[in-house]
Design a protein around this ligand. Structure first.
Ligand SMILES: Nc1nc2c(ncn2[C@@H]2O[C@H](COP(=O)(O)OP(=O)(O)O)[C@@H](O)[C@H]2O)c(=O)[nH]1
Ligand SMILES: [Mg+2]
Length: 320
């Protein structure tokens, strides 16, 4: 079936059609491009919420709860993208996450998609914005992205989401770890999950101290002080408050014009990412040509440096 027809079905609520579109996005190539071409003009109105934090912090459980809270508040369905860096060997983790989410998610209103690093051409960095765009275009709002912390996967969550939630847990210096990983600067909202455990208020205080130390508000720019929320995702306590803060952050983004700025940045990064991908692809193809192999032989016999060879290859490519 042609891509526009699949897209129409997905817009009419056909979940299998939506699943197909996401698969095309993951695979990349001509059909993936077609999906982007159709979805981009009509996407852009959904709120993209990112959740990040260490494995086991409770991101999936929170995501499920948050999706349920969002589902009550919104007439459009809630889209969830769970990014799992697992290799196929530990692929069970993906299923584990999905089952846990399904326990709390209303199956009708919510669409959950797991994406792994394997199987996507151009990598997740390109596939994830594409998946968000599709969910947005077919009417899911909000779209929630769950991913492990910065530096562990190639997806830059703060560069992808409108609102970034950083999840920490009590007891093992999570706040300090988050700080080291650069998560303090990118967090719009902090969650101390497993708040029923001892040390939860210490974790909160650590975060507050670090936020105070790192705070250098620019008087000429609107500032948002990231709130710190306490949740126990397993029984749902604190989730309504978390959802309220997500909504408040969205309003702040809109009122200050920050939303537009973040999205313009996102478009810019995505376009540049595509430039890298396209040029890289063309260059690698060219490297297989007769001329490319001759250049490689020169590099291997140390007549030519790798950089000089690459420049020569690209110069010819750009001319043709
Ligand atoms: N005690 C407690 N356990 C929790 C809480 N939230 C999640 N968990 C458990 O922590 C484990 C990891 O949760 P999961 O949502 O998969 O974490 P993720 O790896 O960050 O996605 C699971 O066994 C959850 O049931 C909580 O608030 N309190
Ligand atoms: Mg998870």
């Amino acid at each position: 079936m042609p891509v526009p027809d699949v897209f129409e079905l997905a817009r009419n609520g056909e979940r299998r059609a939506l699943g197909r579109l996401l698969t095309l996005v993951e695979r990349g190539g001509v059909n993936g491009d077609k999906v982007a071409e159709i979805s981009h003009p009509i996407a852009g109105s959904s709120h993209v919420v990112g959740l990040t934090g260490a494995p086991g912090a409770g991101k999936s459980t929170i995501t499920g709860r948050l999706a349920a809270a969002a589902g009550l508040a919104s007439e459009s369905g809630v889209g969830v993208v769970a990014i799992d860096p697992s290799s196929p060997i530990t692929g069970g983790a993906i299923l584990g996450d999905r089952i846990r989410m399904d326990e709390v998610i209303d199956r009708e209103g919510t669409f959950v998609r797991s994406m792994a690093t394997r199987g996507s051409s151009g990598g997740l960095a390109l596939a994830v914005p594409g998946a968000i765009r599709v969910l947005d275009a077919v009417g899911y709002d909000p779209v929630i992205i769950e991913t492990v912390g910065v530096g562990q996967v190639e997806v830059d969550i703060a560069g992808t989401a409108d609102t970034t939630i950083v999840v920490v847990t009590p007891g093992w210096g999570d706040a300090v770890q988050a700080n080291k990983a650069g998560l303090l600067e990118v967090a719009d909202i902090f969650v101390v999950n497993k708040a029923e455990r001892p040390g939860a208020s210490d974790a909160r205080r650590d975060l507050e101290l670090m936020l105070d130390l790192g705070a250098h508000p620019d008087p000429n720019k609107p500032t948002w002080r990231a709130p710190i929320l306490m949740t126990t995702a397993t029984d749902g306590s604190g989730i309504d408050e978390l959802w309220d803060q997500v909504v408040a952050h969205r309003s702040w983004l809109t009122e200050t014009g920050e939303l537009l700025g973040r999205r313009q940045n996102r478009d810019r990064f995505e376009m540049l990412g595509r430039v890298d991908e396209l040029l890289g692809g063309l260059g690698r193809k060219r490297a297989e040509s007769e001329q490319g192999l001759a250049l490689l032989a020169d590099v291997q016999s140390r007549k030519l440096s790798p950089t000089a060879a690459a420049a020569e290859l690209l110069a010819d490519l750009l001319e043709s």
